[in-house]
Write a protein that binds this ligand. Structure first.
Ligand code: C2E
Ligand code: MG
Ligand code: MG
Ligand code: MG
Length: 280
């Protein structure tokens, strides 16, 4: 399989990279102009308290709509944004948009509401990440205590001590940390404890499992227990039907997110949705 390495801003291509790489380079150029032409925008998916069924927050999710009106999924373009380094600029834009939306929702009277922002490991390892976070918070006036950053379990593995230091500095700003797609990585429990994350997000794969087999709920159950034992909040991702919601609820999972409750939506749709569903 072709490998693309990034070193000090330059690309080194190995032999046999062929079509795969040409396709990636094309997407990379398209992505750069997409950024300039404002084809990238953020949608928001509400997060729900499973007991009250009230929204407690929303996750910011990036969308790319090309000029011909078609959508390119983030799973396809984010890896390319990472390889090319464009994710630094894109990620800052997402952070700024999400913080501005939080300020807007506050102004509309929705105060008990958090915004979750996905952060790529490339952004996270960038030396200016913390400065960018400080700058965006200051410029938007977003309340840090209502902003959450989602990082994946796999971010952690490379330099645990540096990561733990960075997480401590982030937490000093008041911003909280969620571990996304939890259960799909391989971090040890003692390591997890050292991260002092505020929230675990149960990956959709385990949520899907809970109604599929007798023992299917065991991982979800374990994550819920783990969160409880370590004093962390837990949210289930990708909840699509009532059976999943009621099993999760019975297992003691406090929060959920998924198509059952709401799909990702534009800022206008979110404000309307909040007016109809959110407590003020
Ligand atoms: P994620 O952070 O785990 O986001 C959850 C994904 O599940 C989203 O896909 C969301 O639309 C989808 N989803 C939510 N509820 C359901 C459901 O009930 N059923 C199903 N089948 N799917 C559901 P999306 O928006 O395509 O994003 C995919 C991934 O791309 C995200 O996974 C995240 O890793 C990445 N991503 C998205 N936006 C950003 C961003 O702004 N920055 C970075 N670094 N990554 C992003
Ligand atoms: Mg996420
Ligand atoms: Mg996830
Ligand atoms: Mg994911």
């Amino acid at each position: 399989r072709a490998k693309l390495l990034q070193r000090s801003g330059h690309f080194y291509f190995s032999r046999n990279m062929g079509v795969d790489i040409r396709e990636r380079v094309r997407t990379m150029h398209a992505l750069r102009s997409a950024l300039e032409d404002r084809e990238l925008f953020v949608v928001y998916q509400p997060q729900i308290d499973l007991t009250t069924r009230r929204p407690v927050g929303a996750e910011a999710l990036l969308r790319w709509r090309t000029k011909d009106g078609s959508f390119i999924p983030p799973d396809r373009f984010i890896p390319i944004a990472e390889y090319s380094g464009l994710i630094i600029e894109i990620g800052e834009q997402v952070m700024r948009d999400a913080c501005l939306e939080l300020v807007q929702l506050n102004a509309l009277g929705f105060r008990d509401f958090t915004i979750s922002i996905n952060v790529s490991q490339v952004q996270f390892r960038h030396p200016r990440f913390l400065d960018t976070l400080h700058k965006v918070l200051a410029e938007t006036g977003a309340p840090a205590g209502r902003v959450e950053l989602e990082i994946t379990e796999s971010i952690a593995m490379e330099d645990p001590d540096a990561l733990i230091r960075l997480l401590e500095q982030i937490k000093q700003t008041g911003v909280s940390i969620a571990i996304d797609d939890f259960g799909t990585g391989f971090s040890s429990l003692s390591y997890l404890q050292r991260l002092h994350a505020d929230r675990l997000k149960i990956d959709r794969a385990f949520v899907t499992e809970i109604t599929h087999s007798q023992r299917g709920s065991s991982i979800a159950e374990m994550v819920i227990q783990l969160g409880r034992n370590l004093g962390m909040s837990v949210i289930a991702e990708g909840v699509e039907d009532e059976r999943q919601a009621s099993i999760l609820s019975a297992l003691g999972c406090p929060l959920a997110q998924g198509y059952l409750f709401a799909r990702p939506m534009t800022v206008d749709q979110l404000r309307t949705w909040m007016n109809n569903n959110g407590a003020r």
